[in-house]
Design a protein around this ligand. Structure first.
Ligand code: EPZ
Length: 429
């Protein structure tokens, strides 16, 4: 199994190209199930999760072709992939596939909308929490679906098709908003979703669905209105930049010091997290081709953050911010409100010398003057990258094990950091 070896101590200086967003690419790919025409997605990141979803969609009958230059000849732009679901050959998403990636559960929306039935394995728990699916069930029931649970599968049916309705989510869910929006696009009549997730990835999916002929307004706000249409067509859509990758590298620069331009992204995707970074001592400015982050001299100031749905501080940057706070000049408090078990990085950061104590959903982080490299590992993508950020300033060598977690969500991490002066290498085997 690959590992990443980091020698800490170098400032980061240079340019890092930001890839297309994993969490936009996944629902966009799933949207290809809604039409028998070809959906072309540009700027698709090269990630293990994308490859896995391609296999899962293939099981339902989605063919794909990749066009454009090879990654090596054009490192700063993602791939263009054409997805065509001419015929849905199977409306079952089996346990073996859904259990590998939670987002694949989302096929339930398009399958139900297009084929009026779906049999999708319950995703089960995962490392960051229990992650139930009650909101998906309630939302789809509101559109007229009947839902049974049979031997670990959700069996959903909408004889005669889904019918628009008004539905208010009792809790904000990104995935359930994606699914309901896709399902309602092909429902009869109007659907109004209240308390919808406002993440930029929801707005990106809506933009793509609209390009396919859907009639969606309000995506990106808490109220989304969808006027159902009888069929969707193909379209061409560019995946928006990855705000979590953007925030991760911004935090890495705040940690090491230096001056880096994050290319192809912009600060509007991340306001709250960037405000926290600014409070911590980094300077952030938008440039013509991206966003520049500088921290020269001065320490890292302690800043308290609380994770929240967008536009709040993203849970997907909580671990990275905690890594940064381990080197602050004081005490900070980090509260996780989205997932109940998203602190797996705490004990691994402690192996590097961090002083963190947990009390329920809050971590108290006491900044220390130095971290010291050690072998570490994490069981989740964002936790893993927080260890890389800590390793960038730890004295000596940090070995991050289980790199497959990083490969799920960070494209060519070692190359991108290495190009800015970090000593980071992948050790195979
Ligand atoms: C998306 O997951 C992201 N995944 C996650 O990114 C991200 O952490 C999360 O949104 C929150 O921002 C993708 O986009 C592929 P939710 P999702 O439904 O949609 C509860 C990463 O590292 N809930 O918004 O699965 C749930 O348990 C990841 O890239 C219910 O209670 O998250 C959680 O507490 C991991 N019932 C909260 O809602 C439901 O039916 C928010 O989850 C559904 C969710």
């Amino acid at each position: 199994m690959d590992r990443i070896r980091i020698r800490g101590g170098n400032a980061l200086n240079g340019t890092i190209p930001i890839s297309g967003a994993k969490n936009a690419a996944l629902p966009l790919m799933i949207a290809s199930l809604l039409t028998d025409d070809t959906l072309t997605l540009e700027n698709v990141p090269h990630l293990a999760d994308v490859e896995q979803l391609i296999r899962i969609l293939g099981n339902h009958g989605v063919d794909y072709t990749v066009s454009g230059k090879r990654l090596a000849t054009q490192p700063s732009s993602g791939r263009t992939i054409h997805f065509t679901a001419r015929t849905i050959v199977d409306t079952t998403a089996p346990y073996e596939l859904v259990s590998k990636m939670r987002a694949s559960f989302w096929v339930i929306g398009p399958l139900l909308a297009r084929c009026h039935k779906a049999r999708v394995s319950l995703p089960g728990g995962c490392a960051i929490g229990t992650r139930p699916v009650d909101l998906f069930i309630e939302g789809l029931q509101a559109l007229g679906a009947t839902i049974d649970i049979d031997a670990g599968y959700i069996v959903a049916e909408a004889k005669g098709g889904l019918v628009g309705n008004r539905y208010t989510f009792p809790k904000v869910s990104v995935g359930a908003t994606h699914v309901l929006m896709m399902a309602a696009s092909l429902a009869k009549g109007q659907t109004v979703i209240e308390n919808a997730a406002r993440e930029p990835e929801v707005a990106d999916l809506a933009a793509c669905l609209n390009a396919m002929g859907a009639k969606i307004s309000g995506a990106g706000t808490a109220t989304i209105t969808i006027d159902g249409v009888s069929a969707l067509s193909g379209a061409r859509h560019r995946v928006l930049p990855d705000r979590i990758e953007t925030g991760t590298y911004a935090m890495a620069v705040a940690m090491t010091g230096g001056d880096v331009t994050l290319e192809g992204t912009h600060s509007g995707l991340l306001q709250t997290a960037l405000t926290a970074l600014g409070d911590a001592g980094a300077e952030i400015t938008d440039t013509a081709n991206g966003m520049r982050i500088v921290r020269n001299g001065g320490g890292i100031r302690p800043v308290d953050v609380v994770t929240d749905p967008f536009p709040g501080f993203p849970t997907d940057l909580q671990a990275q911010f905690m890594a940064l706070m381990t080197r602050s000049d004081g005490v900070s408090h980090i509260t996780e409100t989205i997932f109940e078990n998203r602190f797996m990085h705490v004990q691994e950061l402690a192996r590097l010398g961090a002083k963190i104590s947990l009390s329920g959903q809050m971590a108290r982080v006491e900044g220390v003057p130095r971290l010291v490299g050690a072998p570490v590992m994490a069981t989740d993508l964002r936790a893993s990258v927080s260890l890389v950020i800590a390793g960038l300033v730890a004295e000596g060598e940090t070995l991050v094990n289980r790199v497959y977690h990083l490969d799920r969500g960070f494209e060519r991490l070692e190359e991108k950091l290495g190009a800015c002066g970090a000593e980071v290498e992948r050790i195979s085997g």
